[in-house]
Design a protein around this ligand. Structure first.
Ligand code: FES
Length: 152
């Protein structure tokens, strides 16, 4: 049976009826049509589905939507303000840091979380923040360049 939950996503409150065990990623994509978060592995291993929960990077594919009711959820769509990209997004555009681009949601959200908790992240912090985000195209050098630009 579905459960009634209220999710706060990108500053907006949504009352939803979803299966109690539905992953947050499925609710974001299928019910709220926020497709920035990607389905990669569904196992919490690739990072493609990363969102911010209370400012901390989290893997939406393994989190039951019902467990984050009342928390502040931010997706990729919530980063831009007044039609301006977030500085982390700008850095990825400037460095052209995409091959297929499927991993970039996770890279950007992981870095956003880093910039929220550290004023001037160093190389070690950047690498640690991205360590468990997979890019199958092997665009890591461009991604690191974008990350340095975003954190510089
Ligand atoms: Fe969530 Fe891979 S889809 S970590």
């Amino acid at each position: 049976p579905d459960a009634e939950i209220t999710l706060t996503v990108n500053g907006a409150s949504h009352r939803l009826a979803v299966p109690a065990t539905a992953p947050l990623l499925a609710v974001l994509r299928n019910d709220l049509h926020l497709n920035g978060s990607k389905y990669g592995c569904g196992l919490g291993q690739c990072g493609a589905c990363t969102v911010l929960i209370d400012g901390i990077a989290a893997r939406a594919c393994t989190i039951p939507a019902g467990s984050v009711a009342g928390r502040s959820i931010v997706t990729l769509e919530g980063l831009s303000k007044d039609d301006r990209l977030d500085p982390v997004q700008e850095a990825f555009v400037a460095e052209q840091a995409a091959q297929c681009g499927y991993c970039l949601n996770g890279m950007i959200m992981a870095l956003k979380a880093l910039t929220l908790r550290e004023v001037a992240p160093d190389e070690e912090m950047i690498r640690e923040a991205l360590r468990y985000n997979l890019c199958r195209c092997g665009t890591h050098l461009e991604i690191l360049a974008a990350a340095r630009r975003a954190c510089g």
